[in-house]
Design a protein around this ligand. Structure first.
Ligand code: PLP
Length: 389
């Protein structure tokens, strides 16, 4: 069979590949601590499950509005007004099965062969994959550990050309846990305004902030009209398998994206959208408890990693990942990740799974219990000490 040439440009996510490898080892009897996959280990709160069941029983099982149910869009707009302090028009809110489709549809709607997109590197691998799939050019801007993995604005500016159509941001950031400050966002907004560039701001980890506050570039003057704000329920409400996300997009992008939805998935499952309404309007204590627990885990894993000779790790301000520097161990990040999985039974991800500038780092997701983190740290320490011997 001859596949489309474009398929060679479509990448993947190493987290799913490593999960499958770890599960294969488990099937052979090995005990593995999972620090590879980026999803909360908490159950979806009961009130959200109950709202979905009730909606199912009430017959919300048919095709529905392709853009998203109006009551959910209204609640999303209200929530954003509350958190960003800006009026969001529910007509500019688009509901999709997960946050990923908003990215994919926006990129498909905006980019042509030869257009250029500036994106952080390392970063969520799907950005680069989707950009390349459209035939556009992916222009990486390196995130430096010395800069707390925030953008070097001069390097970002140097990447802008007459073909730059889009800048992608992700704060709090996967895989480094970095958080962009207001001054970063203002500088990026200035570049976007000066060169008439759209910004895609992926804010899926907005609630996972351990110091300070989440800021959205969409809240800066004039930016709502040029920002595609991407968010969803997967992480905040422990709903990764439900597939529920949303975008707030400039008015001109609503119709193209809705047509892409109609051409692909038709709509987002209506009883799941009712669960989304409950997530936003119901009690928020599960979310607050989860974030408090993640903070304890972050402190444990970062402290533990820094106590292992040859490994160092900055304290990430957000998300639920530690991005540890392993350059002193004298092996590539892929070699180390393979060694830790096969010899120590600890599944982590090589930094290069997030782009070329991830070399020298491994990502450890701390979306697992304190006991599992302690066990993983013990195993990593023993495995690393054998390397030195
Ligand atoms: N954006 C980032 C930065 C992520 O890390 C992830 C998942 O790992 C997603 C988006 C995907 O979100 P969803 O599961 O809602 O599609």
């Amino acid at each position: 069979m001859r596949l489309s040439g474009k398929m060679s440009q479509l990448g993947s996510e190493s987290a799913f590949k490593v999960l499958a490898q770890a599960q294969a080892l488990e099937a052979r009897g090995m005990d593995v601590v999972h620090l590879e996959i980026g999803e909360p280990d908490f159950s979806t709160p009961e009130n959200i499950c109950a709202a979905a069941t009730e909606a199912l029983e009430n017959g919300y099982t048919r095709y529905c509005n392709s853009q998203g149910l109006p009551p959910l869009r209204a609640e999303i707009a209200k929530e954003l007004e509350r958190t960003l302090g800006i009026p969001v028009d529910p007509e500019c809110v688009i509901v999709t099965p997960g946050a990923k489709p908003v990215m994919f549809y926006s990129i498909l709607a905006l980019l042509e062969e030869g257009d250029e997109v500036i994106y952080p590197n390392p970063s969520f691998p799907i950005y680069e994959s989707m950009i390349k799939f459209t035939g556009a050019k992916a222009v990486p801007v390196r995130l430096y550990e010395e800069k707390d993995f925030r953008f070097d604005i001069a390097e970002l500016k140097a990447g802008v050309t007459a073909r730059t159509r889009l800048i992608i941001l992700n704060s709090p950031h996967n895989p480094t846990g970095s958080v962009l400050e207001m001054e970063d966002l203002q500088a990026i907004a200035d570049v976007a305004g000066e060169y008439d560039i759209t910004v895609l701001s992926d804010e899926i980890y907005e609630h996972f902030i351990y110091e300070g506050k989440h800021h959205s570039i969409a809240s800066l003057p004039g930016m709502l009209d040029r920002t595609i704000l991407v968010n969803g329920f997967s992480k905040s409400y422990a709903m990764t398998g439900w597939r529920l996300g949303y975008g707030v997009v400039p008015e001109e992008m609503v119709d193209p994206i809705v047509r892409l939805i109609i051409n692909s998935v038709s709509c987002t499952t209506p009883f799941i959208q009712h669960a989304g309404i409950e997530a936003l309007t119901g009690p928020q204590d599960s979310l607050l408890q989860m974030v408090a627990e993640f903070k304890k885990r972050r402190d444990l894993i970062v402290g533990g990693l820094n106590a292992i000779p040859g490994i160092s790790c900055r304290l990430p301000g957000g998300a639920f990942y530690a991005f540890a520097n392993i350059t002193k161990l004298g092996m590539s990040c892929q070699q180390l990740a393979d060694y830790l999985l096969n010899e120590a039974g600890v599944a982590t991800l090589a930094g290069t799974g997030f782009g070329e500038y991830g070399e020298g780092y491994i990502r450890l997701s701390y979306a697992t219990s304190l006991e599992n983190i302690e066990e993983a740290l013990r195993r990593i320490e023993t495995a690393v000490s054998k390397l030195a011997a």
